[in-house]
Design a protein around this ligand. Sequence first.
Ligand SMILES: Cc1ncc(COP(=O)(O)O)c(C=O)c1O
Length: 378
Amino acid sequence: MEFQTRCVHVGVDKDPAYLSATTPIYPTSTFRWDDLENNRGFDYTRSGNPTRSALEENIASLEGGIDCRATSTGMSAITATTYLFEKGDHIIAGKDIYGGTYRLFADILAHQHLEFSFVDMLDLDALRAAVRPETKGIWIETPSNPLLHVTDMAAVCQVAGEAGAITIADNTFCSPYLQRPFEHGVDVVMHSTTKYLNGHSDVVGGCVVTRHEQHAERIGYITNALGLACSPFDAWLVLRGIKTLGPRMEAHQRAAQAVAEMLEAHAGVTKVFYPGLPGDPGHEVASRQQDGFGAMLSFEVDGGREAVDRVLARTSLFQLAESLGGVESLISYPETMSHASMDEPARRAAGITGGLLRVSCGIEHPDDLCADLADALA
Ligand SMILES: Cc1ncc(COP(=O)(O)O)c(C=O)c1O
Protein backbone atom coordinates (compact mmCIF):
# COMPACT_ATOMS: atom_id res chain seq x y z
CA MET A 1 0.00 0.00 0.00
CA GLU A 2 1.11 3.55 -0.66
CA PHE A 3 1.98 5.77 2.30
CA GLN A 4 -1.29 7.71 2.56
CA THR A 5 -3.34 4.50 2.31
CA ARG A 6 -1.31 3.05 5.19
CA CYS A 7 -1.99 6.22 7.21
CA VAL A 8 -5.71 5.52 6.93
CA HIS A 9 -5.76 1.73 7.27
CA VAL A 10 -2.79 0.06 8.95
CA GLY A 11 -3.72 -1.15 12.42
CA VAL A 12 -7.12 0.48 12.14
CA ASP A 13 -9.68 -2.09 10.97
CA LYS A 14 -9.82 -4.30 14.03
CA ASP A 15 -13.26 -4.55 15.54
CA PRO A 16 -14.42 -8.15 15.48
CA ALA A 17 -17.41 -7.35 17.73
CA TYR A 18 -19.30 -4.75 15.67
CA LEU A 19 -17.05 -4.08 12.64
CA SER A 20 -16.79 -0.36 13.41
CA ALA A 21 -14.93 1.61 10.75
CA THR A 22 -12.61 3.18 13.33
CA THR A 23 -10.58 1.56 16.08
CA PRO A 24 -12.47 1.22 19.37
CA ILE A 25 -11.00 2.81 22.50
CA TYR A 26 -10.37 0.26 25.25
CA PRO A 27 -10.34 2.42 28.39
CA THR A 28 -9.54 -0.43 30.73
CA SER A 29 -6.64 -0.87 33.09
CA THR A 30 -6.87 -4.65 33.04
CA PHE A 31 -8.13 -7.59 30.95
CA ARG A 32 -9.82 -10.79 32.11
CA TRP A 33 -8.02 -14.10 31.67
CA ASP A 34 -9.87 -17.12 30.29
CA ASP A 35 -7.95 -19.28 32.76
CA LEU A 36 -4.55 -19.17 34.42
CA GLU A 37 -2.77 -20.13 31.19
CA ASN A 38 -4.71 -18.07 28.62
CA ASN A 39 -5.70 -14.49 27.89
CA ARG A 40 -6.67 -12.73 24.62
CA GLY A 41 -3.26 -11.11 24.08
CA PHE A 42 -3.52 -8.30 26.64
CA ASP A 43 -3.38 -8.43 30.43
CA TYR A 44 -2.68 -4.93 31.77
CA THR A 45 -2.77 -1.57 29.97
CA ARG A 46 0.66 -0.35 31.09
CA SER A 47 2.10 -3.39 29.26
CA GLY A 48 -0.26 -3.38 26.27
CA ASN A 49 -3.64 -2.15 25.08
CA PRO A 50 -5.45 -2.87 21.78
CA THR A 51 -5.98 0.83 20.93
CA ARG A 52 -2.34 1.61 21.60
CA SER A 53 -1.26 -1.45 19.61
CA ALA A 54 -3.26 -0.21 16.62
CA LEU A 55 -1.38 3.10 16.74
CA GLU A 56 1.96 1.33 17.17
CA GLU A 57 1.33 -0.91 14.17
CA ASN A 58 0.36 2.12 12.10
CA ILE A 59 3.46 4.21 12.96
CA ALA A 60 5.85 1.25 12.56
CA SER A 61 4.50 0.82 9.04
CA LEU A 62 4.87 4.53 8.19
CA GLU A 63 8.49 4.64 9.37
CA GLY A 64 9.36 1.24 7.91
CA GLY A 65 10.31 -0.27 11.27
CA ILE A 66 9.65 -3.67 12.81
CA ASP A 67 8.21 -2.32 16.07
CA CYS A 68 6.89 0.84 17.67
CA ARG A 69 6.09 1.79 21.27
CA ALA A 70 3.75 4.72 21.82
CA THR A 71 4.63 6.79 24.87
CA SER A 72 3.02 9.47 27.00
CA THR A 73 5.12 12.34 25.58
CA GLY A 74 8.00 12.93 23.20
CA MET A 75 10.25 13.31 26.24
CA SER A 76 9.27 9.88 27.55
CA ALA A 77 10.12 8.47 24.10
CA ILE A 78 13.56 10.12 24.30
CA THR A 79 13.97 8.83 27.86
CA ALA A 80 13.19 5.29 26.66
CA THR A 81 15.89 5.48 23.96
CA THR A 82 18.53 6.47 26.52
CA TYR A 83 18.09 3.02 28.10
CA LEU A 84 19.70 1.52 25.01
CA PHE A 85 22.96 2.71 26.63
CA GLU A 86 24.92 1.67 29.67
CA LYS A 87 26.79 3.41 32.44
CA GLY A 88 29.78 5.33 31.07
CA ASP A 89 28.60 5.35 27.45
CA HIS A 90 29.21 8.52 25.49
CA ILE A 91 26.62 10.06 23.16
CA ILE A 92 27.18 12.80 20.60
CA ALA A 93 24.32 15.17 19.81
CA GLY A 94 23.93 18.34 17.77
CA LYS A 95 24.41 21.72 19.44
CA ASP A 96 21.03 23.00 18.35
CA ILE A 97 18.48 20.45 19.44
CA TYR A 98 15.13 20.80 21.17
CA GLY A 99 15.75 22.50 24.55
CA GLY A 100 14.03 19.72 26.49
CA THR A 101 16.26 17.09 24.91
CA TYR A 102 19.30 19.19 25.74
CA ARG A 103 18.10 19.54 29.34
CA LEU A 104 17.57 15.78 29.71
CA PHE A 105 21.04 15.08 28.32
CA ALA A 106 23.12 17.92 29.81
CA ASP A 107 21.34 18.62 33.11
CA ILE A 108 20.06 15.19 34.11
CA LEU A 109 21.73 12.20 32.45
CA ALA A 110 25.19 13.81 32.31
CA HIS A 111 25.05 13.95 36.14
CA GLN A 112 24.04 10.31 36.37
CA HIS A 113 25.52 7.66 34.15
CA LEU A 114 25.96 8.90 30.56
CA GLU A 115 28.36 11.35 28.92
CA PHE A 116 27.48 13.78 26.17
CA SER A 117 29.21 16.00 23.63
CA PHE A 118 27.33 18.62 21.65
CA VAL A 119 28.79 19.36 18.23
CA ASP A 120 27.96 21.08 14.98
CA MET A 121 26.39 18.19 13.08
CA LEU A 122 27.04 19.93 9.77
CA ASP A 123 30.76 19.64 10.39
CA LEU A 124 31.66 15.98 9.86
CA ASP A 125 35.27 16.58 10.91
CA ALA A 126 34.06 17.99 14.23
CA LEU A 127 31.77 14.98 14.59
CA ARG A 128 34.64 12.56 13.91
CA ALA A 129 36.87 14.46 16.34
CA ALA A 130 34.25 14.08 19.08
CA VAL A 131 34.19 10.28 18.78
CA ARG A 132 35.80 8.47 21.74
CA PRO A 133 36.33 4.77 22.41
CA GLU A 134 33.23 4.83 24.66
CA THR A 135 31.02 6.58 22.07
CA LYS A 136 27.96 4.38 21.71
CA GLY A 137 25.37 6.70 20.23
CA ILE A 138 24.86 9.64 17.88
CA TRP A 139 21.68 11.67 18.33
CA ILE A 140 20.33 13.23 15.14
CA GLU A 141 17.63 15.89 15.10
CA THR A 142 17.00 16.97 11.53
CA PRO A 143 15.90 19.55 10.63
CA SER A 144 16.97 20.90 13.99
CA ASN A 145 14.91 22.89 16.43
CA PRO A 146 14.89 25.89 16.13
CA LEU A 147 17.42 26.68 13.37
CA LEU A 148 16.32 24.10 10.81
CA HIS A 149 19.85 22.85 10.25
CA VAL A 150 19.74 19.80 8.03
CA THR A 151 21.98 16.91 9.07
CA ASP A 152 23.16 14.54 6.34
CA MET A 153 21.89 11.32 7.93
CA ALA A 154 23.74 8.90 5.63
CA ALA A 155 27.05 10.66 6.31
CA VAL A 156 26.47 10.66 10.08
CA CYS A 157 25.46 6.99 10.00
CA GLN A 158 28.74 6.22 8.27
CA VAL A 159 30.69 7.94 11.05
CA ALA A 160 28.58 6.05 13.61
CA GLY A 161 29.25 2.75 11.82
CA GLU A 162 33.01 3.37 11.88
CA ALA A 163 32.77 4.21 15.61
CA GLY A 164 30.63 1.19 16.46
CA ALA A 165 27.84 3.50 17.66
CA ILE A 166 24.12 3.46 16.95
CA THR A 167 22.17 6.40 15.57
CA ILE A 168 18.86 7.70 16.90
CA ALA A 169 16.86 10.26 14.93
CA ASP A 170 14.22 12.62 16.25
CA ASN A 171 11.93 12.79 13.21
CA THR A 172 9.37 15.12 14.80
CA PHE A 173 9.84 18.08 12.44
CA CYS A 174 9.32 16.15 9.20
CA SER A 175 7.05 13.26 10.17
CA PRO A 176 7.45 10.03 8.17
CA TYR A 177 5.49 11.65 5.34
CA LEU A 178 8.50 13.82 4.50
CA GLN A 179 11.41 11.80 5.87
CA ARG A 180 12.06 8.21 6.89
CA PRO A 181 15.43 8.05 8.66
CA PHE A 182 15.67 4.23 8.38
CA GLU A 183 16.11 4.69 4.62
CA HIS A 184 19.33 6.58 5.37
CA GLY A 185 20.77 4.02 7.78
CA VAL A 186 19.48 5.30 11.13
CA ASP A 187 18.89 2.60 13.78
CA VAL A 188 16.14 4.06 15.97
CA VAL A 189 13.54 6.77 15.24
CA MET A 190 11.52 8.72 17.78
CA HIS A 191 8.78 11.32 17.57
CA SER A 192 6.94 13.76 19.67
CA THR A 193 3.54 12.65 18.31
CA THR A 194 2.23 15.81 19.98
CA LYS A 195 3.28 17.50 16.75
CA TYR A 196 2.57 16.53 13.11
CA LEU A 197 1.54 12.91 13.68
CA ASN A 198 -1.40 13.96 15.83
CA GLY A 199 -1.58 17.35 14.18
CA HIS A 200 -4.42 18.97 16.11
CA SER A 201 -2.73 20.36 19.25
CA ASP A 202 -5.03 18.34 21.48
CA VAL A 203 -2.77 15.64 22.87
CA VAL A 204 0.81 15.10 24.07
CA GLY A 205 2.48 11.87 23.06
CA GLY A 206 5.55 10.22 21.68
CA CYS A 207 6.81 7.04 20.12
CA VAL A 208 9.98 5.02 19.54
CA VAL A 209 10.29 3.01 16.33
CA THR A 210 12.93 0.32 15.94
CA ARG A 211 14.26 -1.80 13.10
CA HIS A 212 16.51 -4.22 14.96
CA GLU A 213 15.10 -7.04 17.09
CA GLN A 214 17.36 -6.34 20.09
CA HIS A 215 16.35 -2.65 20.18
CA ALA A 216 12.66 -3.54 19.81
CA GLU A 217 12.88 -5.92 22.75
CA ARG A 218 14.74 -3.46 24.96
CA ILE A 219 12.41 -0.52 24.20
CA GLY A 220 9.35 -2.72 24.81
CA TYR A 221 10.81 -3.84 28.13
CA ILE A 222 11.71 -0.29 29.18
CA THR A 223 8.38 1.34 28.27
CA ASN A 224 6.60 -1.30 30.33
CA ALA A 225 9.06 -1.36 33.23
CA LEU A 226 9.26 2.43 33.56
CA GLY A 227 5.57 2.98 32.83
CA LEU A 228 6.14 5.28 29.85
CA ALA A 229 3.26 4.17 27.61
CA CYS A 230 0.43 6.49 26.54
CA SER A 231 -3.23 6.15 27.50
CA PRO A 232 -5.71 4.40 25.18
CA PHE A 233 -7.57 7.67 24.60
CA ASP A 234 -4.40 9.55 23.64
CA ALA A 235 -3.40 6.68 21.34
CA TRP A 236 -6.83 6.87 19.71
CA LEU A 237 -6.48 10.62 19.13
CA VAL A 238 -3.07 10.23 17.48
CA LEU A 239 -4.32 7.35 15.31
CA ARG A 240 -7.23 9.58 14.25
CA GLY A 241 -4.80 12.44 13.49
CA ILE A 242 -2.46 10.33 11.36
CA LYS A 243 -5.23 9.54 8.88
CA THR A 244 -4.88 13.06 7.44
CA LEU A 245 -1.08 13.31 7.80
CA GLY A 246 -0.35 13.46 4.06
CA PRO A 247 -2.86 16.15 3.07
CA ARG A 248 -2.01 18.14 6.18
CA MET A 249 1.75 18.05 5.51
CA GLU A 250 1.17 19.23 1.93
CA ALA A 251 -0.92 22.17 3.14
CA HIS A 252 1.54 22.93 5.97
CA GLN A 253 4.55 23.11 3.71
CA ARG A 254 2.76 25.09 0.99
CA ALA A 255 2.10 27.73 3.62
CA ALA A 256 5.67 27.58 4.96
CA GLN A 257 7.23 28.06 1.53
CA ALA A 258 5.08 31.16 0.92
CA VAL A 259 5.83 32.58 4.37
CA ALA A 260 9.58 31.92 3.99
CA GLU A 261 9.69 33.68 0.62
CA MET A 262 7.74 36.64 2.00
CA LEU A 263 10.08 36.92 4.99
CA GLU A 264 13.20 36.63 2.84
CA ALA A 265 12.09 39.65 0.84
CA HIS A 266 11.06 41.67 3.92
CA ALA A 267 13.26 44.60 4.95
CA GLY A 268 12.58 44.05 8.66
CA VAL A 269 13.96 40.51 8.58
CA THR A 270 17.71 39.92 8.64
CA LYS A 271 17.81 36.14 8.24
CA VAL A 272 15.43 33.31 7.37
CA PHE A 273 16.13 29.69 8.27
CA TYR A 274 14.11 27.39 6.00
CA PRO A 275 15.59 24.55 3.91
CA GLY A 276 12.99 25.19 1.19
CA LEU A 277 14.77 28.41 0.21
CA PRO A 278 17.32 27.67 -2.56
CA GLY A 279 19.97 29.77 -0.76
CA ASP A 280 19.57 27.92 2.56
CA PRO A 281 22.70 25.92 3.52
CA GLY A 282 20.52 22.84 4.11
CA HIS A 283 18.67 23.03 0.79
CA GLU A 284 20.78 20.51 -1.10
CA VAL A 285 20.83 17.82 1.60
CA ALA A 286 17.14 18.35 2.36
CA SER A 287 16.29 17.97 -1.34
CA ARG A 288 18.12 14.64 -1.27
CA GLN A 289 16.89 13.10 1.98
CA GLN A 290 13.45 14.68 2.47
CA ASP A 291 10.31 14.47 0.34
CA GLY A 292 9.53 18.11 1.09
CA PHE A 293 10.86 20.96 3.18
CA GLY A 294 8.39 20.88 6.04
CA ALA A 295 6.54 23.68 7.73
CA MET A 296 8.85 24.89 10.49
CA LEU A 297 10.95 27.97 9.97
CA SER A 298 12.78 30.59 11.97
CA PHE A 299 13.74 34.14 11.26
CA GLU A 300 15.68 36.97 12.85
CA VAL A 301 14.05 40.34 13.11
CA ASP A 302 15.98 43.57 12.80
CA GLY A 303 15.92 45.31 16.20
CA GLY A 304 16.33 42.45 18.67
CA ARG A 305 13.99 41.95 21.64
CA GLU A 306 12.10 45.22 21.08
CA ALA A 307 11.23 44.25 17.53
CA VAL A 308 10.35 40.73 18.72
CA ASP A 309 7.87 42.15 21.27
CA ARG A 310 6.32 44.36 18.60
CA VAL A 311 5.83 41.47 16.16
CA LEU A 312 4.41 39.17 18.84
CA ALA A 313 1.95 41.84 19.97
CA ARG A 314 0.65 42.30 16.44
CA THR A 315 0.20 38.82 14.98
CA SER A 316 -3.31 37.46 15.16
CA LEU A 317 -3.32 34.26 13.09
CA PHE A 318 0.10 33.22 14.41
CA GLN A 319 -0.68 32.56 18.07
CA LEU A 320 2.09 33.03 20.60
CA ALA A 321 2.47 29.54 22.03
CA GLU A 322 4.89 26.67 22.60
CA SER A 323 4.65 23.59 20.39
CA LEU A 324 4.27 23.05 16.66
CA GLY A 325 2.77 20.77 14.08
CA GLY A 326 -0.90 21.57 14.65
CA VAL A 327 -3.34 22.79 12.02
CA GLU A 328 -3.23 26.28 13.55
CA SER A 329 -0.16 28.48 13.04
CA LEU A 330 1.96 29.23 16.08
CA ILE A 331 4.81 31.63 16.72
CA SER A 332 7.32 31.30 19.55
CA TYR A 333 10.43 32.90 20.98
CA PRO A 334 13.07 30.17 21.50
CA GLU A 335 15.14 32.43 23.77
CA THR A 336 12.57 32.32 26.60
CA MET A 337 10.29 29.49 25.49
CA SER A 338 11.33 26.21 23.79
CA HIS A 339 15.04 26.75 24.51
CA ALA A 340 14.88 28.42 27.92
CA SER A 341 16.12 25.15 29.41
CA MET A 342 19.45 25.68 27.59
CA ASP A 343 21.68 28.14 29.40
CA GLU A 344 22.61 31.34 27.56
CA PRO A 345 26.12 30.26 26.48
CA ALA A 346 24.68 27.03 25.05
CA ARG A 347 21.98 29.00 23.21
CA ARG A 348 24.54 31.37 21.73
CA ALA A 349 26.83 28.46 20.78
CA ALA A 350 23.86 26.89 19.02
CA GLY A 351 23.23 30.13 17.10
CA ILE A 352 20.00 31.10 18.91
CA THR A 353 19.91 34.88 19.20
CA GLY A 354 17.65 37.33 21.03
CA GLY A 355 16.07 38.35 17.72
CA LEU A 356 15.05 34.86 16.66
CA LEU A 357 11.41 33.88 16.19
CA ARG A 358 10.21 30.39 15.27
CA VAL A 359 7.00 29.72 13.44
CA SER A 360 5.01 26.58 12.86
CA CYS A 361 2.90 27.16 9.77
CA GLY A 362 -0.56 25.66 10.05
CA ILE A 363 -2.91 24.77 7.25
CA GLU A 364 -4.59 28.15 6.94
CA HIS A 365 -4.45 29.82 3.52
CA PRO A 366 -0.86 30.93 2.73
CA ASP A 367 -2.03 34.43 1.69
CA ASP A 368 -3.62 35.02 5.09
CA LEU A 369 -0.53 33.78 6.91
CA CYS A 370 1.81 35.98 4.84
CA ALA A 371 -0.44 39.01 5.36
CA ASP A 372 -0.58 38.39 9.13
CA LEU A 373 3.20 38.28 9.52
CA ALA A 374 3.84 41.11 7.04
CA ASP A 375 1.40 43.34 8.95
CA ALA A 376 3.08 42.44 12.24
CA LEU A 377 6.50 43.30 10.81
CA ALA A 378 5.40 46.56 9.18
C1 LIG B 1 11.99 18.13 18.10
C2 LIG B 1 11.30 17.80 19.39
N1 LIG B 1 11.56 16.63 19.99
C3 LIG B 1 10.96 16.28 21.15
C4 LIG B 1 10.07 17.13 21.78
C5 LIG B 1 9.44 16.74 23.09
O1 LIG B 1 8.12 16.33 22.88
P1 LIG B 1 6.95 16.45 23.99
O2 LIG B 1 6.72 17.90 24.22
O3 LIG B 1 5.81 15.75 23.33
O4 LIG B 1 7.42 15.76 25.21
C6 LIG B 1 9.77 18.37 21.18
C7 LIG B 1 8.83 19.30 21.83
O5 LIG B 1 8.63 20.41 21.40
C8 LIG B 1 10.41 18.71 19.95
O6 LIG B 1 10.18 19.89 19.35
